[in-house]
Structure formats: structure tokens, C-alpha cells
Design a binder for this molecule. Structure first.
Ligand code: F6R
Length: 612
């Protein structure tokens, strides 16, 4: 949510192309407006515009010679997505420019104070106060640029990742972080700052992650990190393991389609080296440290947002059925404000692709403060949630660039299955059950591939249905969260109204909506719930509704009732979500494309929601 990028180098010719490239890579984090500012011959030049990055590119002068520059791509919070609210923002003297990702909670109070002191504001944003605050400290306290930034940061309440430049300091940028992601990438003669690793990947693999309450001063050949209390921080560099190819579309028209086609690999990567088939065990290195603590827990709370929440909900069904631990799943946005009557035998597990979602991080910190064991299932290595939890499991799904989460969902569900094995086999799960689950898990990637091989048929179904304005998604037990995920994906990408329900709930209300213009997508694999779900299909048909059914290969009967059938291979009930979700992801993708939408950057959304 909001992408920020900074660059400082010895070479004056690279700043603008590097910032532009970085912003394009970060655009999935927000695309309401964008802007670039650079120190050029003792003053700062800035171009910013509402809309996508190409709008700013059109008005940018690529011949600016600059050592230090900053860029921003915005997801609007305070202030409409207009040109004047676009970042970078600046002070009265137009010497201090900054970009920001986060929210300044005490901005009204600060703004009132600064207005009384004669500062003139150009935008409606919370961010702009910080530029004036730095100016005010520098002028009235007579302190250096660095010290003025430090004092300003100490006055702020809220979340932020900042990059500052100053007209009088052409070879320097200052960065700071509190609860919004920020990393510094570096080579000997260049320093990069970005909201996430994918943006610096073409330039360097060496990075340092800033932590909350830290700021850093960067020049082309040096960087110093310190806390806001001026304590120097020594941090080891880390290496990004992702390759350039992983953040390219390659031959796919959209990242979303590429990522759906990476679903088999996402599952393979999640389970690789983690199953001991002959013993029916999962070996999770990240949980070794807390193995004994986990034996003692008597309650597990799963928390997440959006699609990650739905993967956690699948996990709840798995864990309750096989691990013997009572499990509940809560939206992180609710959990952080709810009283839970927790005891120290409860553990919390946060699930997040980005590892930066503000609500999930907030809930995690709140529960951690109460002294409970905290665990994570996270895709982004080194992210805030990964660092904040005591132990956890990485998904290894690779970077997910499409704003709508797809491959992360299947990989999160695969990790949930691993956790079920891990915790279940610590308790009552038999060797045979452990073997059966682990053996079936290894077959999932090929089974997903066989569904993807039928993508053309799903495209044909999308052709038939894309003009409808309402959809109902139904599933039961393990496939109830999948119904919710199918509906969520369709809403996000196609802007069609879609509701997901537990199939059993249909008769308690949603059935009232059914008519010939309100089709349903029903997940009806041949499992323990099949008979009940078929009854629901009959009830819809009896009311003139059209039905697309996701059914198990070999079920010929269903074709007699359904309008359209998409077949998935057979597997054990708890693993079906990894298969049944694949056609729903494809269906949402094709419908979105047919409706002419930008499926990789759907309106009003942004990847990684780092504000509350
Ligand atoms: C839906 C989607 C969002 C995210 C949610 C959590 O397609 O992408 O609902 O799943 O914002 O994000 P992470 O997993 O990064 O915490």
C-alpha cells in the first residue's frame, strides 16, 4: 500500500530511470497517483500526477542530472487522489521533499501548530506536515537536516516509511521506518530504498531491513542506521533469493494468470523437503525451536485478513479434524480489539502473504504483548510479521505481484496441511493417517496441473457468464472457505456482486435472491458433503437459477442437473480446497478480462494493506 523508492549514487545520470523503473515495479502497491523529485543543481525538481505512472512519465524530463532522487506511487488515504495530493510533498522553502507510506495519526494537531507558526500547506495530506515539521525544527532549533528529521520523527504518532531529500545535500537521502515496510539495497557506489525487495532486484541482491523506530542516512558509498534515541545500529546484510524472472510476466498477459499457473509450483515449494513419507510426518525447521511449547498448547487462534484469512479458515477445518487442538479463526481486524479470555496455553498463528498487513501485525503485537506464543505462516522473507513472531513457516511461493492473491492461497493451504500433520502427529494422529495425508499432498501439484490444462474450457464458461451482474458461491465444510474465496476473487477482479455462503445456509436467506439472472457456482466434490450439496443444487434449479458446478472427475450424474460442470481430480477431503479453488481463480480472471478490467491492478485496491 503506497510504494516508495529512493536512490543515491555517485553517477548523476541514472537517478531518474532507476526511480521510474523502481516505481513501475512497486505500482501494484497503489496506483492513485505517482511522483518523482530529484536534487538537480542545488534545487529540487518535482513532477507528480494523479493516475498511473505513465502519466508522470509523460511529463518527466529524463535529462535531469541528479545524485539523489525519490519516488512514490500512492494508494490514497488522506486527501483525494489529485495532482496536488500526490507525493512527493515539500516544505515552504521547497528545499525538503519526502515520500511516505503510512498514516500520521496526530497530523491535525501538528498541522494546526504549524499553521499558527506561518507554514503554508499545498495539499490535504497527512504527509505534508512532516516536511514542514522538519523545516520548522531546522529553522527554529538551528539543527542539521539529520537532526531536524530525527526530531520530527519523534513528534509523530502513526505509521511510516519515509524517504527525505534536501536541496542543500545533493548526495544524501534519509530514510525512516515505523510499522511500514522499508529496505535498503546496496552496492559499493549506489544505495536504493524501497517498500519491497522486488523493486531493487535488478540492481542488487544485498539488502538490509530497517526496523521500527530506526532511521538511516545514506550516501552513495555509506549508510548509517540509528534509533530515534541516537543509538547506532549494526545490522547484518541479507541476500534476496528471488530471481529477476520471478517478478516478470514472462509470456503471460497478466501477473494474475502467471501466478495461477504457478499454483502447482507454489504447492511443491511449500512442501519440498518438509515431508517424511514413511513416518507420515511433517518436518518444519522453523518450528523446531518451539516444538515443546507446541506440545503443551490447548487452543490455537488463527488470524489473517482477506484471502489469507480464508486459507486460515481451511486450516481451522483441517486442524480441528486431525490435530486434536481446538482452533478458531478470527479476522485480524477484529481480533486486535476483542477480549478473548486467553490463557498462556493458547498460541496465535498469523497468516500473511506480504507479512506487512497492518491489521494482522497489529493483532499479533497485541497478543504477543499478553505473553502468548506467536507463530507465523508468511511468504515474504524478513517481513515484519516474520520478524515479530517467535517461530513460523515460510510459504516459499515466490513474489506475488498480481493484486488479487492466488498462488499464495494454495500455498498457505498447503502449509496448513503441513501444520496439521506436524501438530496432529505430536498428538493423536495415527501413522496411517499421517502417511495418507503426506502421500496425497505430494500428488497435489500434478493434480493442479491437470486442472490448468483445462483452462480453455473455463474460459468458455466465462464467455457464457461474464455479463451477469450477480453470483452466488456455495461450498460446504472444507469448501465453504473456497466458496468465499471464489466470490472474493470475482468481486475484486470483475466488480461483479458475488456472495459466498456455506451451502447449508442457502435456505436461510440467500435462496431469496435466486432467479434466472442470478447464477450460482457450487463446489460439490464427491466427499462426505456431496449429497447435501446436490440437494442445494436441486433447490436452485427448481427456482430457475443457473448452476456451474465444480465436481470430482468421473461424476457423470452431476452433468444431468448442472448447466456447466468443471471437473477436478479426486483427493482426500481435507486437501480438496487446493484443487477446487483453481477453476474459481481462473473463472474470476477470465471474467475480469472479458469485462475489460485491469485485473492486475483492480480499482480501489492495492497489494499489502499497510494501513489500518
Ligand atoms: C485478496 C487479497 C487480500 C489479501 C489480504 C491479506 O485477493 O489479496 O484480501 O489476501 O489483504 O494480505 P496478506 O496475505 O499480505 O496479509
Amino acid at each position: 500500500m503506497c510504494g516508495i523508492f529512493g536512490y543515491v549514487s555517485k553517477n548523476k545520470t541514472r537517478a531518474i530511470p532507476v526511480i521510474l523503473d523502481g516505481l513501475k515495479r512497486l505500482e501494484y502497491r497503489g496506483y492513485d497517483s505517482s511522483g518523482i523529485a530529484a536534487v538537480v543543481s542545488g534545487r529540487i525538481l518535482c513532477k507528480k500526477k494523479s493516475g498511473r505512472i505513465h502519466e508522470v512519465e509523460k511529463i518527466l524530463n529524463n535529462t535531469w542530472d541528479s545524485q539523489a532522487a525519490i519516488g512514490h506511487t500512492r494508494w490514497a488515504t488522506h486527501g483525494a487522489p489529485t495532482d496536488r495530493n500526490a507525493h512527493p510533498h515539500f516544505d515552504c522553502s521547497k528545499k525538503i521533499y519526502l515520500v511516505h507510506n503510512g498514516i500520521i495519526e496526530n497530523f491535525r494537531e501538528l498541522k494546526d501548530r504549524l499553521l499558527k507558526r506561518g507554514h503554508k500547506f499545498q495539499s490535504d495530506t497527512d504527509t505534508e506536515v512532516v516536511a514542514h515539521l522538519v523545516e520548522d525544527f531546522a529553522k527554529n532549533e538551528g539543527v542539521s537536516f539529520e537532526e531536524a528529521v530525527r526530531l520530527a520523527l519523534k513528534s509523530i504518532v502513526g505509521t511510516y516509511a519515509f524517504v527525505f531529500i534536501h536541496a542543500d545535500h545533493p548526495g544524501k537521502i534519509i530514510v525512516a521506518r515505523n510499522s511500514s515496510p522499508l529496505l535498503v539495497g546496496f552496492t559499493d557506489n549506489e544505495k536504493y530504498v524501497a517498500s519491497d525487495a522486488s523493486a531493487v532486484l535488478p540492481y542488487t541482491r544485498k539488502v538490509v531491513y530497517l526496523q521500527d523506530g530506526e532511521f538511516a542516512i545514506l550516501t552513495h558509498n555509506d549508510f548509517r542506521i540509528a534509533t530515534l534515541d541516537r543509538k547506532a545500529v549494526l545490522r547484518n546484510e541479507e541476500r534476496i533469493e528471488w530471481s529477476e524472472d520471478m517478478v516478470r510476466k514472462n509470456n503471460f498477459p497478466h501477473f494474475m494468470l502467471k501466478e495461477i499457473f504457478e499454483e502447482p509450483e507454489a504447492v511443491s515449494n511449500a512442501i519440498r523437503g518438509r515431508l517424511v513419507l514413511k513416518d507420515g510426518l511433517a518436518k518444519l525447521g522453523g518450528l523446531e525451536l518451539v516444538q515443546n511449547d507446541l506440545r503443551k498448547i490447548n487452543r490455537l487462534i488463527l488470524t489473517a485478513c482477506g484471502t489469507a484469512y480464508l486459507a486460515a479458515l481451511v486450516g481451522e477445518y483441517m486442524l480441528e479434524e486431525y490435530s486434536g487442538i481446538p482452533v478458531e479463526t478470527e479476522y485480524a481486524s477484529e481480533l486486535r480489539y476483542k477480549k478473548h479470555n486467553l490463557d498462556l496455553k493458547t498460541a496465535l498463528l498469523a497468516v500473511s502473504q506480504s507479512g506487512e498487513t497492518a491489521d494482522t501485525l497489529g493483532a499479533l503485537k497485541e497478543i504477543k504483548r499478553k505473553g502468548l506464543l506467536t507463530l507465523g505462516v508468511v511468504n515474504s522473507i524478513g517481513s515484519s510479521i516474520a520478524r515479530e513472531t517467535k517461530a513460523g513457516v515460510y510459504n516459499h511461493a515466490g513474489p506475488e505481484i498480481g493484486v488479487a492473491s492466488t498462488k499464495a492461497f494454495v500455498s498457505q493451504v498447503a502449509v496448513m496441511a503441513l501444520l496439521t500433520l506436524f501438530l496432529g502427529r505430536q498428538r493423536d494422529m495415527s501413522l496411517n493417517t499421517g502417511r495418507k495425508i503426506s502421500d496425497e499432498l505430494t500428488k497435489i501439484p500434478d493434480k493442479i496441473k491437470s486442472i490448468l490444462a483445462g483452462a480453455k474450457q473455463i474460459k468458455k464458461i466465462a464467455d457464457k457468464y461474464y455479463k451477469y451482474e450477480n453470483f452466488l458461491y456455495l461450498g460446504r465444510k472444507y469448501n465453504y472457505p473456497v466458496a468465499l474465496e471464489g466470490a472474493l476473487k470475482l468481486k475484486e477482479i470483475s466488480y461483479i456482486h458475488a456472495e459466498g455462503y456455506g451451502a447449508g445456509e442457502m435456505k436461510h436467506g440467500p435462496i431469496a435472491m435466486i432467479d434466472k439472472d442470478f447464477p450460482s457456482v457450487v463446489i460439490a466434490p464427491s466427499d462426505g458433503m456431496y449429497g447435501k450439496v446436490v440437494n442445494n443444487i436441486q433447490e436452485i434449479k427448481a427456482r430457475g437459477g443457473k448452476v456451474i458446478v465444480v465436481a470430482t472427475k468421473g461424476n457423470k450424474e452431476i452433468a444431468k442437473i448442472a448447466d456447466d460442470v468443471i471437473y477436478i481430480p479426486e483427493t482426500i477431503e481435507m486437501l480438496t480446497p487446493m484443487l477446487s479453488v483453481v477453476p474459481l481463480h481462473l473463472f474470476a480472471y477470465y471474467v475480469g478480462v472479458l469485462r475489460g478490467n485491469d485485473v492486475d491492478k483492480p480499482r480501489n485496491l492495492a497489494k499489502s494493506v499497510t494501513v489500518e
